[in-house]
Design a protein around this ligand. Structure first.
Ligand SMILES: Cc1cc2nc3c(=O)[nH]c(=O)nc-3n(C[C@H](O)[C@H](O)[C@H](O)COP(=O)(O)O)c2cc1C
Length: 287
């Protein structure tokens, strides 16, 4: 019997046995990983679905469910009426000129211009037309100083304790620190809040589907509008400052901080990091 085993092909060529076992191990691992990923994907979808399965006063009776929007009639759409003279080329040139600016001049900016830019941001598409955004414009020097105090104190902890070594290392070339002079130098700070839910006309909660995506698109439009008005801005997402800023600005509980943008004219001696943008070939795939 022992002889048979000793003569067995696999045991005589033990390296094949090791090879088969290694391949088997990786096949099992890959299969498990793929299963885990597909479970994670369905969990993410389930979480989104659960978020929007809002408890309301109507209970489980589907007959009682009414649309959050009032009755809407359909109207003819005439197609795009307003066009830039230089079309998409002109728009690309305008946007390619945009840079995040961290040094603002104290040159005054007309509030009407800011208002118009925010009006443009409000044309953004939004999930189920929920328009889940609030743009708070801070012009008071005192309030800007308070915002700076909140942000610098949190950012000090972020830079020294909360952020990983990799994160702070990634930020080094951009030369950002916890000191935020721009928050008191810029004539305005626009604080954008996403409304994670709203209120129905009957007083119940209104689901704000995909509120973060909707708000991010509206901020994109705001950046374009500010650029078109010759103004500069800096998109910032100060970590852990949401609750304190919401309290300072007296915003309701359904609003969560999305971004904070100092806005104004850049100084004459303003410098920006020399960054390369990806080419069109790198960011676009045609099918
Ligand atoms: C979502 C988001 C968050 C950002 N957060 C910060 C921030 O907290 N502080 C900062 O100085 N810049 C911040 N930036 C600006 C980026 O550093 C900047 O956009 C990037 O370096 C590219 O430079 P550019 O905007 O001049 O093209 C942020 C930008 C985005 C889009």
């Amino acid at each position: 019997m022992l002889e048979i085993i000793q003569k067995s092909y696999l045991l005589q060529h033990w390296e094949f046995l090791v090879l088969f076992m290694t391949i088997g191990y990786f096949v099992v691992r890959l299969t498990r990983k793929e299963k885990k990923n597909s479970n994670k994907r369905s969990n993410d979808d389930e979480m989104i679905a659960r978020d929007y399965r809002i408890e309301d006063d109507h209970g489980e009776n589907e007959a009682d469910i009414t649309p959050a929007l009032e009755e809407i009639k359909m109207i003819p759409y005439r197609g795009v009426q307003v066009k830039l003279a230089g079309g998409a080329d002109e728009f690309y040139n305008l946007m390619n000129d945009r840079r995040s600016v961290r040094k603002f001049s104290n040159k005054a900016v007309d509030m009407e211009v800011i208002k118009k830019c925010i009006h443009a941001a409000g044309t953004s598409p939004s999930g189920a037309h929920t328009e889940p955004w609030t743009f708070c414009v801070v012009k008071s020097d005192e309030m800007k100083a308070q915002i700076r105090e909140i942000v610098e104190s949190e950012e000090y902890t972020n830079y020294t304790q909360r952020m990983s070594k990799q994160w702070t290392t990634d930020l080094e070339p951009l030369r950002t620190t916890y000191i935020k002079e721009y928050l008191t130098e810029a004539p305005y700070i626009i604080v954008v809040f996403k409304q994670v839910y709203g209120t129905r006309s009957d007083g119940g909660r209104k689901a704000h589907y995909y509120n973060e995506i909707s708000c991010a698109i509206s901020v994109g439009i705001l950046l374009c509008a500010l650029q078109a008005a010759g103004l500069s801005s800096l998109t910032t997402t100060p970590l852990n400052c949401g609750p304190a800023l919401r309290t300072l600005l007296n915003r309701p509980i359904n609003e969560k901080l999305l971004v904070l943008l100092p806005v104004g004219y850049s100084t004459d001696d303003c410098e920006v990091p020399s960054l390369q943008r990806k080419s069109i070939e790198e960011i676009m795939e045609v099918y």
